[in-house]
Design a protein around this ligand. Sequence first.
Ligand SMILES: Nc1ncnc2c1ncn2[C@@H]1O[C@H](COP(=O)(O)OP(=O)(O)O)[C@@H](O)[C@H]1O
Ligand SMILES: CC(C)(COP(=O)(O)O)[C@@H](O)C(=O)NCCC(=O)O
Length: 308
Amino acid sequence: MRSEMNYYKFSRDEWATFHAHNFASVSDAELTQLRSLNDMISMDDVKKIYSPLRHLIHIRYRDYQQDEYTLSQFIGVPHHPHPFIIGIAGSVAVGKSTTARLLQLLLSRAYPDRSVQMITTDGFLYSNAELERRGILDRKGFPESYNMDLLIHFLNNVKNNSGVIRAPKYSHQIYDIVPDEEEVLDHPDILIVEGINVLQLPSKQPIYISDYFDFSIYVDADPALIEQWYLERFGMLLDTAFTDPTNYYYQYAIGDRNEAFQMAKDVWRDVNLKNLNEFILPTKNRADVILHKTHDHLIDEVALRKFN
Ligand SMILES: Nc1ncnc2c1ncn2[C@@H]1O[C@H](COP(=O)(O)OP(=O)(O)O)[C@@H](O)[C@H]1O
Ligand SMILES: CC(C)(COP(=O)(O)O)[C@@H](O)C(=O)NCCC(=O)O
């Protein structure tokens, strides 16, 4: 273990030893289910990294519920639990949504009588039409491209158990907000929120979105690797767009493949890498846990925040 400023840093093998004696590690049945979620996910990562991570979240969730109970006793009101919210931050294409889906599944299995739901902040991007109206279509993903007021109100409603809660829906396939469709949350006990901006501190609002998070994770990797994953995902989006003229990638899918990849490389360099360096990486040291990935998405180091 290395101790650095406000983080303990553990190698993959050190972290893997933090499995619990009183908390089930990931079972074979779960592994089978996870394989069908994304057959690229390393099952060794699930056992060595995600099993201890689930245990840590279990400890934090238990403490959170206890703290809420203690506070309600102190102010003399009945205890109504509020959802436990987990934020997952990191670059475009680093694997946030894959991590979020993996955790959702693992936590659902750990708490069969609780509702574990997930949402991405992509839905809080302004629509392409609105980005164009504001003259910032080439700034998609940057702080000003999100409706942060709406995101804060949404999180506030979730935290305060405001019933069925709706949010706009984003689609990578149409590269825009989907008209007439919504994401619906229905009384989650645990909510996972993933997005590039979840640990950002917007300058105008009196409340930070991170104020609503009870546990946070930053997924980290060398930008050269993330570019490779971005391009691989771009290739997959092209492969599925051939037959669908409504797909944003259709025009690239039926055109010259080399030119399409050149365009994607330019977008990575001019938009997503810039956003990573200027606005996403500076939020890394706010996370409770930093998962560092290397080749093939394998997690080689885990950093754990020392102080809350
Ligand atoms: N653990 C993993 N193992 C294998 N491939 C992964 C893993 N995590 C992400 N990927 C792949 O990397 C790409 C980016 O992942 P994604 O979850 O879409 O990233 P993000 O939500 O951060 O944009 C996708 O093609 C995804 O399938
Ligand atoms: C919608 C996004 C901001 C969010 O990215 P995600 O974390 O879902 O990969 C991103 O995928 C994006 O569209 N960026 C703008 C530049 C581009 O890649 O086209």
